[in-house]
Design a protein around this ligand. Structure first.
Ligand code: FES
Ligand code: FE2
Length: 343
């Protein structure tokens, strides 16, 4: 689990105005909420008085109140606004106490929480990952599955071209003939905290992409801590697929999968498309569940170019952790490469 990054906690619609929802992120219990005005917030789910989880308390859209001794906290800044047991002649000001806040943003249909690395928050927070061309738009499809694996294993599925032919074999996704592996050549370049598969023309075979029109072009960016953004443009429409991992604990990870598209006429087909997305993700979950029953530390062999992207993710993470320990800036260790594999 790496800190110093934004992670999706919930989809935006999961937290209504005046409501809160608790979640564990990177082993930290966090209370996410939305105030009366619609702004989102995230605090440590512990009352600073005696540690009662605030999820057991109440929220009136403005103040969170602990269920134990009734301390109240402003949802907008986390400051204590009331200590009911304090007598009028006690000079203690409730505002001395505050909840531990986490930066929280509502972006493109997801609520993101920034998990700091233990040091003071940076002056300027990194920007929340966004998909290009869908400003202020929520995804048409959004699905989350909880994987019984660490975030690395869950994220490797985002850049593992050797598995789809064996795992994602549903009829609706690829025709049977597509199971014959085809040679692929893809160019990659380093980007901030990751790498990008350069824009290339989509090969025939993946049916849903044909909805975008002719000459469908794709590029895929993969960045730490496990954010994959696929941008697909055709002659008529474009679509983006955002896939991210959110570590819950060391061995449990939420995988979020969001699809954005410009084809408004496709709205009636959303339930079917959502089912397809879930079916696709369930196939990865099935693999992760089977792996979870394997050896504690699975072998990590990287053979041929098909395994290179996972090896790159591991190098990126190693460099990030080293840069943190050594108190220096991160330097992307990757260089531009062309990879060849069969998938
Ligand atoms: S533990 Fe929350 S008010 Fe006492
Ligand atoms: Fe997969």
């Amino acid at each position: 689990m790496i800190r110093g990054f934004w992670y999706i906690a919930f989809k935006s619609t999961a937290v209504a105005r005046g409501k809160t929802k608790s979640i564990t992120l990177l082993n930290n219990d966090i209370l996410v909420g939305r105030d009366r005005e619609g702004s989102v917030f995230a605090y440590s789910d512990r009352c600073p008085h005696r540690g009662m989880p605030l999820r057991h308390g109440t929220f009136d859209g403005e103040n969170l109140q602990c269920c134990y001794h009734g301390w109240a906290f402003s949802a907008s800044h986390g400051e204590c606004t009331k200590v009911p047991a304090l007598s009028e002649c006690d000079p203690t000001s409730p505002s001395r106490f505050r909840l531990q806040a986490y930066p929280c943003r509502d972006v493109q249909g997801n609520i993101w929480v920034f998990m700091p690395d233990g040091r003071a928050l940076p002056q300027q927070l990194p920007s929340v990952p966004t998909v290009p061309g869908f400003v202020g738009v929520a995804p048409q499809i959004s699905t989350t599955m909880r994987f019984p694996s660490n975030a690395d294993i869950a994220a490797y599925g985002f850049c593992d071209p050797a598995h789809p032919a064996f795992v994602h074999t549903s009829r609706w996704w690829k025709s049977k003939s597509a199971l014959k592996l085809r040679p692929k050549t893809k160019d990659f370049e380093p980007i901030e905290h990751g790498f990008r598969m350069k824009t290339h023309r989509l090969s025939a075979g993946a049916r849903p992409y044909r909805l975008l029109g002719e000459d469908v072009q794709v590029d895929v960016a993969l960045t730490l801590p496990g954010v994959r953004i696929e941008h697909i443009r055709g002659s008529r429409h474009s679509a983006c697929v955002l896939a991210t991992v959110t570590p819950i604990t060391d061995g449990i990870t939420d995988v979020h999968y969001c699809v954005y598209w410009t084809m408004s006429w496709l709205a009636p087909l959303r339930p079917i498309a959502a089912w397809m997305a879930r079916d696709f993700l369930r196939q990865d979950l099935d693999m992760a569940s089977k792996l979870a029953h394997g050896p504690e530390t699975p072998p990590m062999l990287f053979v041929g170019d098909a395994d290179s992207q996972i090896a790159w993710m591991i190098r990126l993470k190693r460099e990030y952790l080293a840069s943190q320990t050594e108190g220096r800036n991160f330097t992307n260790p990757l260089t531009a490469r062309t990879l060849k594999w069969k998938s």
